[in-house]
Design a protein around this ligand. Sequence first.
Ligand code: FES
Length: 168
Amino acid sequence: MSERNDRRDFMMKAGLGAGVAGLGLQAAASLRSLVPNVSYDAPTTVKVGLPTDFPDGLKFLPDQRLFVFREGKTFHAISAVCTHLGCTVRAEAMSQPEVKEVNGLKTQLTHRFLCPCHGSRYEGDGRAVSGPAPRALSWYHLSIAVDDGSLVVDLAQEVPRDFRLTLA
Ligand code: FES
């Protein structure tokens, strides 16, 4: 075999090897792109501010779609997500607060909730009273962060309606 043929043979093999290696790298990169580096799920526990940032009464948190209620040192949180099709409900201040027993606990109700989408209405403790909403608004667990004393809501942890966080 001539030197020229050897050279052509070598160049063909080198080109073929580079092509196969390139395809392999591309396939590996494609497969890797299917595996996310990070979780895009929203965190379920969210710091929503220091307890002193919350006035007595109700504060709406639009990012979490949550109402946080404060009565002195006691807090509870009710979802603003309508249980019908997920619109954000609006809070309506009552002209006169009512004291009701909620799961055996005397509770001052200062607001009612109304869904602007299809008219569901909820009592101040989240119970559905009219409209297409199939169930009550969720209540979520609140706690205090050990590192900075912030109020923390866990949007994955529903609690019964007698849940209260009372600060020392
Ligand atoms: S989404 Fe609230 S009543 Fe339909």
